[in-house]
Design a protein around this ligand. Structure first.
Ligand SMILES: NC(=O)c1ccc[n+]([C@@H]2O[C@H](COP(=O)([O-])OP(=O)(O)OC[C@H]3O[C@@H](n4cnc5c(N)ncnc54)[C@H](OP(=O)(O)O)[C@@H]3O)[C@@H](O)[C@H]2O)c1
Length: 358
């Protein structure tokens, strides 16, 4: 009996492993657009996919970030500047992507940019070439029409505080970048992804599964989860697959120790008097130390996250959700299935008591 059970479980994992290892073909012809490539996961993913031979279209917030990335990658990788909070910037980036991946839906423009020894050999109009154009068919056959992958990675976390003393502007900014930005970029690029029957990878957070601290950030990531789930169900018949990546705590620009602690101090300093009286300086100091310890414990192995992103883009069978990092897998995900009261206790047991606690 136990032997049969063990054999059944073993077989299940073997099949699962085999299924997960299957990789899509023609990777070198596939375009992947990634937001937030100046630093952190986006930057590493851009370099990782470039090294694997994919055609990376990397969006950076700043020209300086773009220049640095170009300096570290092959000629195949191209960059564009993109601020996901600005509609005109998203529209310009979408047009730029269209020009790279080929656009046949517009009726007037056909822009298969085929590279031959690094040179652009075709940049044509449908009116001139018609649908039987050999370059267009070549590009289609090679599978480079449309955008294979869109990775919504750009995000901010500022500052680390409680809901009550997080100012409205900071909350709004997090929503604008982390949620509205993801929605707008996705909707803008969706026709191109649909054409390629490609992939959308949305970077959420484990704080999009268990809301815990930094209110505005968690709200934005819960929004990313909801948007991704809704879109996956709505567009299931178009062959587009959507994956959500939920990293635990990692050391990146976002979790930079000095900056994070400085911002935390600043937001406490700027908090209204009644907040300071309600919580008290001791509360803040204790919370500050908890945060400091948390930031110190962030994982430095960013590949745990970018490998999930890469799998979502290159596997024949991408997962719907990826939890990246040991804390995500072994603490937050199990916690998310516990009764809420028990999860509340576990998450806040080490927190200090506010000065005016009852
Ligand atoms: N680090 C973690 O522990 C962690 C955990 C869970 C989820 N995440 C998520 O992972 C994603 C990447 O973050 P990260 O940890 O790699 O942090 P990061 O190093 O700060 O990377 C975020 C990137 O987004 C860019 N960005 C900021 N505002 C933007 C805007 N308005 N438009 C376009 N790009 C913008 C940043 O540019 P600049 O560098 O020029 O500011 C940066 O390149 C985020 O969605 C984040 O929420 C991170």
């Amino acid at each position: 009996m136990w032997l049969y059970l063990a054999a059944f479980v073993g077989l299940y994992y073997l099949l699962h492993w085999y299924r997960e290892r299957q990789v899509v073909s023609h990777l070198q012809d596939k375009y992947v657009f990634i937001t937030g490539c100046d630093s952190g996961f986006g930057n590493l993913l851009a370099r990782q996919l470039d090294a694997r031979g994919l055609r990376v279209l990397a969006a950076c917030l700043t020209e300086k970030g773009a220049e640095q990335l170009r300096g570290q990658t092959s000629d195949r990788l191209e960059t564009v500047t993109l601020d996901v909070t600005k509609m005109e910037s998203i529209a310009a980036a979408t047009q730029w992507v269209k020009e790279h991946v080929g656009d046949r839906d517009g009726g007037l423009t056909l822009l298969p940019r085929l590279k031959c020894s690094g040179a652009i050999i075709a940049h044509c109009s449908t009116e001139l070439l018609g649908s039987s154009d050999p370059l267009a068919s070549a590009s289609q056959n090679a599978g480079i029409t449309g955008l294979w992958g869109l990775v919504n990675n750009a995000g901010i976390l500022t500052p680390i505080t409680l809901c009550e003393w997080l100012n409205t502007e900071d909350s709004m900014n997090m929503l604008k970048v982390n949620l509205i930005g993801v929605i707008q970029v996705t909707l803008s690029m969706l026709p191109l992804v649909r054409r390629a029957r490609g992939r959308i990878v949305n970077v959420s957070s484990i704080l999009g599964r268990v809301a815990f601290f930094v209110g505005g950030y968690c709200v934005s990531k819960y929004g990313v989860e909801a948007f991704s789930d809704i879109l996956r169900r709505e567009i299931q018949h178009f062959g587009v697959k959507i994956s959500i990546v939920e990293p635990g705590y990692f050391r990146t620009g976002m979790t930079n120790m000095t900056q994070s602690l400085e911002r935390m101090k600043q937001s406490w300093k700027e908090a209204p008097k009644h907040i300071k009286e309600t919580y008290g300086q001791q509360y803040f100091d204790a919370l500050y130390n908890i945060m400091k310890e948390g930031l110190l414990n962030c994982s430095t192995n960013l590949n745990l996250v970018t490998d999930c992103m890469e799998h979502a883009l290159t596997s024949v069978h991408p997962r719907t959700r990826y939890s990246a990092g040991w804390d995500a897998k072994f603490f937050f995900i199990p916690l998310s299935y516990l009764p809420t009261s028990l999860a509340d206790y576990i998450l806040t047991r080490s927190w200090p008591k506010p000065a005016q606690a009852v």
